[in-house]
Design a protein around this ligand. Structure first.
Ligand code: AHR
Length: 560
């Protein structure tokens, strides 16, 4: 059972660790609040790019077919074939990046299958066809033979191809990020995909083909992933083999006046050998090779033990998932250090183009909609603490893509036929978008830690975490209180400014398993409140705010 560190122990520990702030800053050694947050406005980290709130959509389960694409003739309200409810709800988010077509699917995909008249496009076997999201029976008895499923989730009709994807990007004001097939197509197909997308109409056969399909203006796709998970489904390469492929794919690609930003397939979680091996091999013919590389893409998923149902967990499992999600911090710093061995000036940025909490499919979603589930308050805290981590490393992480937008894994939406709902993750993305464009500034939290476990071992989870960004006279602060039952009173010391007022937006519930469903779409939504006048204290005293148990809070503070 996870317990708070007792208050007396905390104060002792804080006095030892934090004596500096009490004495050196001349603050009264009062113990009115359980916790303290120092926001150091004069210690900027970097600009918070909107690209940190990016998305990922793959031809996997119900993501594309039904989730996004319902078809122009569908009774389900749509905008030129794309689910209208999704487009409308996306308007509430900060426009960002949209990664497509995979994932593992990308290294199986021929972009030519998805162009030309829809009725003439080929049907192809989807990469995920043999994947079952049914839990395996315990005791090792063999699974019975599976019936072949025949839907578009398994045999892709290619009605959603490049033009439809670009349409979706336009509708949602997203910037496209395409992943090339390195495992099963030659580099030439990649060059020609770039040509089809970016060459002006009238200059090549491919650009004329694009224009004839209705898109005369080039798509101007800047971000190109060179394969995906090349250590696994993307080809089972060694880092050295992959570096050679990367060099081949990115050498002398025509740019058509647009700088291309290549993204290399990075490591699986903590695999530092992949990072070191790739960078060493890439640069063996000179550091100039780094100029071809915009970002290096880490993937990290946390998940529930045995891929249990997203809304079926105990309180210790609540803490365990948050502790696992918190590994993102050390993954960023350790890979960044490994990249720095070969790239000491850090020309190349880190990208986290797949992240999220992975659980089992909800029983009321079709079996072919692999890992489609609504997500709970617990997943919302995973979203919040992960986005806070990206903000705190805004100097290192240039882009991140949550996996995935709809109907699988850490999704922001769940849809089936005419039913559609926004998950708690959506609400966190909506709240956190307020950071975009601001300058991330250093924060320091001191709060009672929580005894938890991680990967079966005891682990101390922080008692409050978050990030802050400055936008002229507005300070945006986001804070996660992971404690299942205890509110956390916190003194906020904002070095270099006075607070004159503020508003809070809070996502929380007394039910840790709270989630939205088709039947109850607003069971868990954020609420707004004033930051109490007393807490602001006319700028003379410290701001004291109590963070609700099991909560994500955004404070928008006005500075004098
Ligand atoms: O997001 C689902 C899958 O997870 C992706 O296709 C793959 O890249 C990762 O293993």
């Amino acid at each position: 059972m996870a317990n708070s560190v007792r208050r007396r122990d905390f104060l002792k520990g804080a006095a030892a660790a934090g004596a500096g702030w009490m004495v050196a800053r001349g603050l009264p050694a009062r113990a009115a609040a359980d916790a303290r947050l120092d926001i150091l406005l004069d210690e900027p980290i970097g600009l918070i790019s909107p690209d940190l709130y990016g998305h990922f959509v793959e031809h996997l389960g119900g993501v594309i077919y039904d989730g996004i694409w319902v078809g122009e003739q569908s009774k389900i309200p749509n905008v030129r074939g794309i689910r209208r409810a999704l487009v409308e709800k996306m308007a509430g988010l900060t426009p960002s990046i949209m990664r497509w077509p995979g994932g593992c699917f990308a290294d199986n995909y021929d972009w030519r299958d998805g162009i030309g008249p829809a009725e003439k496009r080929p049907r192809r076997t989807d990469f995920w066809v043999d994947t079952r999201s049914r839990p395996a029976p315990s005791g090792g008895a063999p699974l019975p033979p599976e019936p072949i499923r025949t839907g578009p989730q398994d045999f892709d009709p290619n009605t959603f191809g490049l033009h439809e994807f670009m349409r979706f990007c336009t509708q949602t004001k997203s910037t496209p990020y395409l992943a090339a097939n390195v495992r099963s197509l030659p580099a030439k197909d990649f060059y020609q995909w770039v040509e089809y997308c970016n060459a002006p109409a009238g200059v090549t056969t491919l650009s004329d083909q694009r224009a004839a399909a209705g898109d005369r203006d080039p798509f101007k796709v800047r971000y190109w992933g060179i394969g995906n998970e090349s250590w696994g489904c993307g080809g089972n390469f060694t880092p050295e083999e992959y570096a050679t492929e990367f060099r081949k794919f990115t050498a002398w690609v025509p740019r058509y006046g647009l700088p291309l930003s290549y993204i290399a397939a990075g490591p699986n979680g903590g695999d530092l050998d992949w990072t070191t091996g790739f960078f060493r091999k890439l640069t063996e013919r000179g550091k100039g090779q780094l100029d071809h590389l915009y970002g290096f893409a880490l993937h990290y998923y946390c998940g529930s033990t045995g891929k249990r149902n997203a809304v079926d967990f105990t309180t210790p499992e609540w803490y365990e998932l948050l502790a696992k999600a918190d590994r993102m911090e050390s993954l960023i710093t350790s890979h960044w250090a490994a990249m720095g061995e070969t790239d000491p000036t850090h020309k190349v940025k880190l990208i986290v183009d797949e992240w999220g909490a992975w659980h089992a499919r909800a029983a009321d979603m079709p079996e072919s909609y692999l890992w489609a589930y609504p997500g709970s308050l617990r997943d919302a805290l995973v979203s919040a603490l992960t986005l806070d981590t990206f903000h705190r490393h805004a100097d290192k992480v240039a882009m991140a893509n949550v996996a995935q937008l709809i109907n699988t894994i850490h999704s922001l939406f769940l849809a089936h036929e005419d039913k559609f709902v926004a998950t708690p993750n959506y609400h966190v993305f909506e709240m956190y978008g307020a950071h975009a464009g601001g300058t991330s500034v250093r924060t320091s939290f001191v709060a009672p830690r929580i005894e938890a476990t991680r990967d079966g071992k005891p682990h101390q989870l922080w008692g409050l975490g978050g990030s802050a960004s400055l936008h002229d006279k507005t300070l945006v602060v986001t804070v996660v209180n992971p404690h299942a039952t205890e509110p956390r009173e916190c003194e906020l010391a904002i070095r270099g400014a006075k607070v004159t007022g503020g508003r809070a937006r809070i996502l929380s519930s007394t039910d840790l398993r709270a989630h939205n469903s088709f039947a109850a779409p607003e069971a868990l939504v954020p609420r707004d409140a004033d930051v109490p006048a007393g807490a602001v204290a006319g700028g003379s005293g410290p701001l004291v705010y109590t963070f609700a148990p099991a909560s994500v809070t955004r404070l928008r503070l006005t500075l004098a």
